[in-house]
Design a protein around this ligand. Sequence first.
Ligand SMILES: *Cc1c(COP(=O)(O)O)cnc(C)c1O
Length: 377
Amino acid sequence: MKRKTKLIHGGIPSDKTTGAVSFPIYQVSTYKQEDVGVHSGFEYSRTGNPTRHALEELIKDLEGGKRGFAFGSGMAAITAVMMLFDSGDHVILTDDVYGGTYRVMTKVLNRLGIDSTFVDTTDIEQIEAALKPNTKAVYVETPTNPLLKVTDIEAVASWAKTKNLLFMVDNTFNTPYWQNPIDLGADIVLHSATKYIGGHSDVVAGLVVVNDEKLGEDLHFVQNSTGGVLGPQDSWLLIRGIKTLGLRMEAHESNTKKIVEFLKSHPAVEKIYYPGLEDHPQHEIAKKQSGGFGGMVSFDVGSQANADALLKKVKYFTLAESLGAVESLISVPARMTHASIPAERRAELGITDGLVRISVGIEDADDLIDDLKNALS
Ligand SMILES: *Cc1c(COP(=O)(O)O)cnc(C)c1O
């Protein structure tokens, strides 16, 4: 099955009992047992729900893994995966991971004895240098937010294998339509499905795919024990969103390319961060491991005052957190998503006060460019 077909025919595409071509929402908590312990495979909806199961089978197929899991948010998914570790274990992570990932590692899981080190994972030597006797895993996000740094998934995967480490990839930005980390050697793939997979700014959810039956059993044990599951209604919304994921990603891609061309030619734009640009430091790696460069772009307009002027004038780019939906969004990372990072550290990373991040939607590209042109003038 090719990618676009799999989005529609992967997983469990229709309901066996009724033939319904849209998989039904099984709004149910418990299931009749014919005898004690004799049941249809479903006992209680925290353990398993048919609609959630259909979604879990679908994301498993899309990522090419052994088992899929759906959680109540991306953070619930990430936390459940980290619960595979024991007190005393150590994890190496990308230095500019999603702020919530940084927070859960350094403010919650650290209290349970799970230790973490953050390094620039685009540089394998930095990963190697962070290795400790108790290191159990490497966790990368690629491309990153908001600077769109790209880690070589295959290179890190093969290094992690030699050290017996689990290798995990947050694939939120590129989605399974453009990038399949398991094919490149990852053990676990994670998504904030709140973003492109849902795609319509109407659901908060997280997905995980593992590439090993035993890992699958372990993660199901954690999911069932800690209970951060996705409800049937939201599972259905994701199944529905995924049907158009290919069309949407193609549209995001084509709009983004046009917008980047426009930004390149604009005198008020000092620097552009986009993996599709030939002068992006990891352009060749991005080209090698992803089918597309995605719909996220950051650019520097030089100062907070310039950024504020831009924010005031845009009409179609909505000032909001989040990303990956049909509508275009705009944000200023230094004062929004990355405000909790100390100013000095932000400066080191390149997250300046003039940095603007856009999530390019699927509106008409000409309208989006006119909007930016007007706002930048
Ligand atoms: C949003 C996001 C998360 C967290 O997901 P939620 O659904 O908001 O809990 C994790 N990783 C990345 C890359 C994200 O963008």
